[in-house]
Design a protein around this ligand. Sequence first.
Ligand SMILES: [Zn+2]
Length: 97
Amino acid sequence: MTLKRIASKSNKKARNCLKCNRRLTNLKDNVVNTCEGCGQQHLVDFYTNNTIVLTVAERPELRRRPGEPKAADPEPEQNQEAFKEALEAFRKKWKGV
Ligand SMILES: [Zn+2]
């Protein structure tokens, strides 16, 4: 069984059940959709770039909400500040030699 599907809205399969491939009705962003055929539950995410992402309810860890930042990414500003400091330290070090 497919656990997750990322598909364009124009793709006919984008709205199909991950388990039995039956067309899912009343797909709504961020609302759990239950297949009328087999009862499979889907986590639904509509992305702004016309993409529909379906994830089976049993595997919520596979899901990522639109615009959700990756936990590991530092703030861009802090990142640049740290880079400048490192560059400065690098320059001082080499001037001294
Ligand atoms: Zn189904």
